[in-house]
Ligand binder design. Structure first.
Ligand code: ADP
Ligand code: MG
Length: 345
């Protein structure tokens, strides 16, 4: 072990720590006994097949649904998130997949919608100055802040939605499929933006179906399967095949075998956590000194269709600086409700 928190954010106390979180919808167990840690300056990808529980987990954090059981610790305090306002006030910003932008309004209007600077007369100049400042800090390529959002590209719209969420000075930002439906160049733009968020000390949860994107920017990846933790991996230690095996539940691979061992050891130790559970179990194959990861916690291990690998993604360029503490208070988008259809990566 060497000097810790600078190079390994997970050595510090997590910004978000969920333990034993469960959620039912009637007879459907959407989440069962979920553990998740996210640290400042860390990007954690949340992956899993459709119906795995990703959106439900996000909605618990966003104050859309209350959990049935378990604890959420945020910034060192156990919290109960009753509403989206609670979530935002805690410092959790959620950028839902639909972005909830108003197409007919300008970039500035969207950024300050519901929290216009004023208070008696709109301070248009100041809002425009702040918009530019924020977008420049994100190195966003937006041609003008006075054009309608409708005329922006998908990547630019994502950038505006993320910029808007930053006005509340969050500590944790949750991005739901930020690169879905984006082309190659726009995806790169958004991934750069994610790295910039990390550089500026935010804790980031990124839901994604795209393993290349996940590999490109994540420090760790948390796999959900059928509403349960199915492994938390440090990105540099895990192959795409192993990730996909964890997502699909394929058994004929080394990860599963190790997981089974870890699970057995863990059961003995009476421990369930995936993400911060520590050194006890199954860490022999870990490439570095870390106390966690590569150690699936709760492994149902039923056979399933085989993995289909994808190439690795390169790390995008970083850069830029975003001083903490933007003005204003947050106002966040309305969530989409229904689980979506689709396929595994
Ligand atoms: N509002 C809801 N009412 C009933 N069932 C739901 C609701 N939201 C999610 N579910 C169910 O919970 C499970 C997890 O869904 P979800 O969190 O949307 O998964 P994911 O986002 O990983 O695709 C699924 O079985 C889904 O059908
Ligand atoms: Mg979903």
């Amino acid at each position: 072990m060497s000097t810790l928190s600078a190079e390994r954010p997970e050595a510090a106390a997590p910004v978000l720590s969920m333990r034993g979180v469960s959620k039912h919808f009637g007879a459907v167990a959407a989440l069962t006994d979920i553990d998740l840690d996210v640290h400042a300056g860390e990007v954690v990808a949340l992956v899993g097949d459709n119906g795995a529980g990703k959106s439900t987990l996000v909605k618990i954090l966003a104050g859309v649904h209350p959990q049935d059981a378990g604890t959420v610790n945020f910034d060192g305090k156990d919290v109960t998130i009753h509403s989206p306002v609670d979530s935002i006030q805690l410092g959790i910003a959620t950028v839902f997949q639909d972005l909830a932008l108003c197409d007919n309004l300008t970039v500035v209007d969207n950024l300050f919608l519901g929290r216009e600077l004023g208070p008696w007369r709109l301070n248009e100049v100041e809002m425009e100055v702040q918009s530019w400042k924020l977008l420049r800090q994100l190195s966003a390529k937006i041609p003008s802040v006075r054009i309608a959002v409708a005329s922006l590209s998908g990547g630019q719209r994502q950038t505006v939605a993320i910029a808007r969420s930053l006005l509340g000075s969050p500590k944790l930002i949750i991005l739901d499929e930020p690169t879905a439906a984006l082309g190659v160049a726009q995806t790169a733009e958004v991934l750069n933006l994610v790295e910039r968020l990390r550089e500026n000390g935010l804790a980031v949860i990124m839901i994604s179906h795209n393993m290349q994107d996940v590999k490109a920017v994540s420090d760790r990846v948390a796999v959900l399967r059928l509403g349960k933790n199915n492994g938390t991996f440090r990105m540099k230690d895990v192959s795409t095949d192993d990730l996909i095996a964890a997502i699909t539940g394929a058994t004929d691979n080394v990860v599963t075998q190790r997981a089974a061992q870890a699970g057995a050891a863990q059961a003995g130790a009476g421990e369930t956590g995936a993400a911060g559970a520590g050194a006890a179990a199954g860490s022999d194959a870990l490439a570095d000194e870390g106390a966690q990861d590569s150690r699936p916690a709760d492994w149902p291990g039923e056979p399933n269709e085989g993995p289909g690998g994808q190439g690795p993604g390169g790390r995008g360029p970083g850069g830029g600086g975003l001083p903490p503490g933007q003005a204003g208070s947050a106002g966040q988008s309305g969530p989409g409700a229904a689980p979506e259809e689709g396929t595994v990566p």
